[in-house]
Design a protein around this ligand. Sequence first.
Ligand code: PGA
Length: 250
Amino acid sequence: MKELIVGNWKMNLTIKEGLKLASQLSKKIITTKRQAVICPDLASLAFIGPVIKGTNIELGAQDAAPLDQGAATGEVLPDNLRSLGVQYVIVGHSERRQQLGETATLINAKIKTALRHNFQVIVCMGESLADKKAQRTEVYLAAQLRQVLKGITIKKATDLAIAYEPVWAISTSKQAHPSSPEEADSTQAFIKKKARQILGREVRVLYGGSVKVSNAELFLEKKHIDGLLIGATSLEAADFTAIVNGKNKK
Ligand code: PGA
């Protein structure tokens, strides 16, 4: 399976800025053993899709609806996301859990719906600083995995990936700093094992939180780190390209 390098643009760029970034990336990103995915905001998807068509960059959405169709004001029809060329969806990002109160039950419904519509789903989870200090990281993650993956079956290993993003490592959180690659690797080995027990097959586990050009390779060389979910650094064309293209391939 290819390593996944996912750029989460969050709510940072205007359509015009996003178009500029997408066009820079599409000229610079080469086909490698890594798969690049960019996740612009919803309003930008329709504009960005055509710019990256035919390149080694795929399109992702930052969220997904919990149901197929119907009375859900403000949600986006999964079929419409597909029509825009979206192949990946991120669900359960800690910002949505914190700011919008998204629960594991809701995230579970979003995963199921997205899989029914053949998206590749990137499920985010990570412990808070308080859980980490109380040495409850594995307890928290095991419970999350049980809840968000409840009743889920996947056909292919690439249908679902888990993004391990410790909340304290996300660059916009207070006094954020990245996890050490060693610590992330060992936590991700745990996630992989638990996910395999629940899903019956091995899935990719990505790391996210304060990833930069200077530390990306240190994470990617670890056995249980199969890709990266990148926020702030994905807004810089040169940096995101350097990470996707890999060492000495700038
Ligand atoms: P960051 O964000 O790379 O800016 O820490 C990662 C994320 O929130 O997905």
